[in-house]
Design a protein. Structure first.
Length: 83
């Protein structure tokens, strides 16, 4: 769950603390959760495998003033894709 705090600071810097991620939505940082849980429980190495399912794309779009280099606007761009 991304932090939705995108804003422009007083001197024109675009700020967002966390944009989210690009990868499988139902995962642990993109990895199949069953693998992560098993590693946690038994401390044995396992090959990481990318989780399947809906993919999320979280990002921000920043409009920059060419003359000043300051941010004019910042907005979230979040999408989902089902393979």
């Amino acid at each position: 769950m991304p932090t939705a705090d995108a804003r422009i600071l007083p001197q024109g810097t675009a700020l967002v603390a966390d944009t989210g991620m690009v990868g499988p939505r139902d995962s642990v940082l993109g990895i199949d959760p069953a693998i992560i849980v098993a590693r946690y429980l038994d401390h044995l190495p396992r090959r990481f495998e990318v989780a399947a399912g809906v993919v999320q794309f979280n990002s921000v779009v920043v409009e920059i003033d060419d003359a000043t280099g300051s941010a004019r606007s910042i907005e979230r761009l979040d999408r989902e894709w089902t393979p």
